[in-house]
Ligand binder design. Structure first.
Ligand SMILES: NC(=O)C1=CN([C@@H]2O[C@H](COP(=O)(O)OP(=O)(O)OC[C@H]3O[C@@H](n4cnc5c(N)ncnc54)[C@H](OP(=O)(O)O)[C@@H]3O)[C@@H](O)[C@H]2O)[C@@H](O)CC1
Ligand SMILES: Nc1ncnc2c1ncn2[C@@H]1O[C@H](COP(=O)(O)OP(=O)(O)O)[C@@H](O)[C@H]1O
Ligand SMILES: [K+]
Length: 487
């Protein structure tokens, strides 16, 4: 199992974590007290005392709200509480904490927001079961124009499992409990969460042994121990030989990928390209070798070289029969293969042939458009990436600001460190190359893909504004240096 420090829990798994903790002797009221107290603590840390409106819903999220109200009032803050629906509808721990609130409550109308300097959104959390009612959505819209919002667990309207966020408004701060939920990272919900703080409410991490989470936030803790290690007595061949299939019209894409592979540590990197483009590649590349492609038979012969340990096709490959044939020849070797861009689009009219040909370690790196050409685009991003991985037998990297990496066995990792400066031509080519470089060194495909996506995001973050794809490979040494100096 992957390290559960960065596990993301579904609503059902979080309920199970609560249940196991309660069964082991912690009362539900105590968990709620700790949850609300932690939210109040974060508020007091970040804002000076002021007038706060606490908006409480009919479930346990509302119960947390009553705890926050009590703690802030005890600290001398001016607190107004608004409750959705009749107060006697509250049950269990929420009813208990509502009783402990000695101040007034008002119905949940815009009047509660009058003169508020800060608003606590305790309307709905994990229990949101249907779209927000009109009046609640209207109230939230007014709240968003009135004062900064602190959301308890998730902003109301966010579906914690899927990242849908209909009717939600942007919070400045979201305080969640024990572990983050997928909705804190997936778009569009991520944009509504603001800063996310995870509070410890005394749920022991050992409950995760029973829950076996399958979804994680991308973090080096998941893959650092699997990263290729240089052996003192190795040579360039023991570091792997990465082969990139280069096209002849858009030569930049394969060159970017090749530099990504080399900087990720492949001992040798070769671009094989049509004779006509040889000069372009050879002039632009120095340590990266260039090999003429010849006909399909000579390509197959080149692939027979057992020292080649990782293959990539797609960036700048061109869509068509030659790309299709080359993909199939690569897959037939059973060696680790990355398929990107045109290699994916070339199978648009016949995805079955592609799926049936994947038997060895393989990573597909589509953006949303390429994904929809091969797979069912319905469902939330986690769901559809997992389904594609299961269907293809490959690791799927569904790119975007919230890239999801899924393995055929159901594990999934959501990436969160990619800055928007990565939305620049060619950055996906570099990513495909970094994955190739790690695969060529023998890293397991799922973890290689996760590591590459993280390194790619971190490289862009390190660089800052003005980034172009060419910058990315040369930023890897700094990112890797920082990463491994921390061990
Ligand atoms: N368990 C624990 O120990 C701990 C839990 N904690 C806290 O509990 C929260 C989860 O609580 P929860 O499960 O009670 O769900 P919650 O988000 O309050 O909403 C459920 C209520 O809303 C209603 N409702 C739903 N959608 C609606 C809509 N669109 N429009 C109108 N109504 C709607 C729904 O009605 P129903 O669907 O049943 O008709 C039900 O009444 C979690 O996020 C965390 O903050 C912490 O204290 C830590 C310890
Ligand atoms: N808004 C964004 N925020 C963060 N990362 C992004 C954003 N847009 C794109 N990316 C990342 O940039 C890369 C773009 O890849 P891709 O779409 O294949 O572009 P190209 O084909 O030009 O290389 C992917 O790694 C993607 O995850
Ligand atoms: K909430």
């Amino acid at each position: 199992m992957l390290d559960t420090q960065s596990a993301l829990l579904t609503v059902n798994q979080m309920t199970e974590a609560d249940r196991l903790t309660i069964a082991a002797g912690t009362a539900e009221e105590v968990l709620m007290e700790r949850a609300g107290a932690s939210v109040a603590r974060e508020i007091i840390k970040a804002w000076p005392p002021c007038r706060v409106a606490v908006l409480c819903g009919p479930g346990n999220n509302g119960g947390d709200g009553f705890v926050v109200a009590r703690h802030l009032a005890d600290a001398g803050w001016d607190v107004q509480v608004g409750v959705l629906g009749p107060r006697d509808r509250l049950k269990g721990a929420a009813a208990h904490h509502a009783r402990l609130w000695s101040g007034l409550t008002a119905p949940l109308t815009p009047a509660v927001l009058d003169s508020a300097d800060l608003i606590v959104d305790a309307i709905f959390g994990a229990g949101l079961s249907r779209a927000l009612d009109g009046p609640v959505a209207e109230l939230l819209a007014i709240a968003a124009r009135t004062a900064p919002i602190i959301a308890i667990d998730v902003p109301s309207g966010v579906i914690a499992d899927s990242g849908e966020a209909s009717g939600a408004v942007a919070a400045k701060l979201t305080v969640t409990f024990f572990r983050k939920k997928p909705g804190h990272l997936l778009l569009p919900a991520r944009h509504f969460c603001g800063k996310v703080v995870v509070a410890d409410i005394g749920i022991p991490p050992s409950v995760l042994d029973m829950i076996s989470p399958q979804t994680f936030e991308n973090d080096p803790i998941l893959w650092r121990g699997h990263f290729p290690i240089l052996s003192g007595d190795g040579n360039k061949f023991t570091r792997g030989h990465a082969l990139v299939w280069g096209g002849y019209r858009m030569t930049g894409a394969a060159r970017l990928a090749a530099r990504g592979a080399a900087r990720a540590g492949a001992g040798l990197t070769t671009v094989t390209c049509p004779e006509v483009a040889l000069g372009v590649y050879a002039t632009a590349l120095t340590s990266i070798m260039v090999q003429p492609l010849g006909d399909q038979a000579s390509f197959v012969k080149l692939l027979a070289d057992e020292r080649i340990t990782g293959l990539l096709i797609g960036p700048g490959a061109g869509v068509g029969e030659q790309t299709r044939e080359s993909v199939l020849a690569m897959l037939a070797t059973g060696r680790p293969t990355v398929l990107d861009a045109d290699a994916l689009t070339s199978f648009q009219s016949d995805p079955e042939t592609l799926m049936a040909s994947i038997s060895g370690p393989c990573v597909l790196t589509p953006h949303n458009g390429e994904f929809a050409r091969l797979f069912d685009p319905c469902g939330d991003k986690l769901l559809r990436t997992r389904a594609a991985a299961r269907r293809s037998g490959a690791v799927i990297v569904l790119k975007g600001a919230d890239t999801v990496i899924a393995a055929p066995d159901g594990r999934a990792i959501i990436n969160s460190n990619a800055p928007p400066t990565l939305a620049t031509a060619g950055s996906g080519d570099v990513l495909a190359g970094i994955i190739l470089g790690l695969l060529a060194q023998g890293m397991e495909p799922f973890l290689a893909a996760a590591a590459a996506v993280w390194l790619h995001g971190e490289a862009a973050r390190t660089f800052g504004p003005g980034l172009i794809a060419e910058d990315l490979p040369d930023l890897l040494p700094k990112v890797l240096g920082t990463l491994f100096s921390q061990i």
